[in-house]
Design a protein around this ligand. Sequence first.
Ligand code: 13P
Ligand code: SF4
Length: 361
Amino acid sequence: MKLDQFSLLDDSSCDARIVAAKALLGKRLAILGHHYQRNEVFKHADYSGDSLKLSQQAANSDAEFIVFCGVHFMAEVADILTFGERKVILPDLAAGCSMADMANLVKVRKCWDELSQVIDPDQTVTPVTYINSAADLKAFCGNHGGIVCTSSNAKAVLEWSFSRREKVLFFPDQHLGRNTGFRMGIPLEQMVTWDFMKPRGGLTEEQIRNARIILWKGFCSVHQMFQPAHIDNFRKANPNGKVISHPENAWEVCQKSDFVGSTEYILRTVRASQPGDHWLVGTELNLVNRLADEMKPKGVTVQFMSPTVCMCSTMFRTDPQHLAWCLDNLVAGQVVNQIKVPPNIADPARKALDLMLEVVD
Ligand code: 13P
Ligand code: SF4
């Protein structure tokens, strides 16, 4: 079945096909949905969660087919953690992550080589990659005594890393690294930013020697939309209001927030609030809108942090048409858009991911 046949179907026809395919495939199928997915897709997920929860779900799944409604690196993780024994499907192969694309193996190897002209990174630096990264970067960490983290367990992962080596190279998200390091009491001056476009990251030898964390200069294009002024304006209008942000936000935004945590943490915290509470939430629009709808009948208001509409455009790529297309193909015995990580990358990447799953906050 070709995708073109589904592209012009309306959402309700796709819904009917998705529901029918799920009934036919039964326990052979598990649909995982990240919190940033749009409602039309999210409602079909068997399991929802943040990156950590979905990784754990994938690792424990015994379904033959795992359809990942999320982005590419998440499907790779599911394939790695299931030893390639399940068929992991990404409904739209163009669903990537612009932050993950800001680091690649060539640039990270170059960074490691340049660091070794100043210090001995294999003795002194733990490489830590955020789960939002390609599988070969997770493999790099696995091969160099490093580890993967998510926004849920970044603090515990950094503590683990510092118990082994004195410094951390953190990629690709500078903000998660900086916010977490600061929370652990590391001063900003000891967290330097590695500009991968400049020789030796644009840093002096002294800056490298004095650094506790070397932060890759990557960021999330969605979270960079949130500004400290948005929080100031909210507080003026709602003096008793509370602000909660994802740690991919800039340090200045997190500093002005009352709570900082992963998507799962944000949901848990806001859901525990009292009638009359007002929230400003600094994370992706689909999650915030869904949470606002859920909390409204409980007398809790939830406001999106930015005055402009910004959502994760790659998460948005997964639509009912793509989901119906891949499920109909599964029913017909054809696997489309399978994500397979070759063993020479999957094995060392699994080493770093297994450590991540052991080190949970
Ligand atoms: P979570 O780990 O909180 O789900 O975040 C993933 C992500 O991509 C946020 O931009
Ligand atoms: Fe990547 Fe940002 Fe989208 Fe998360 S919200 S998947 S970090 S681009």
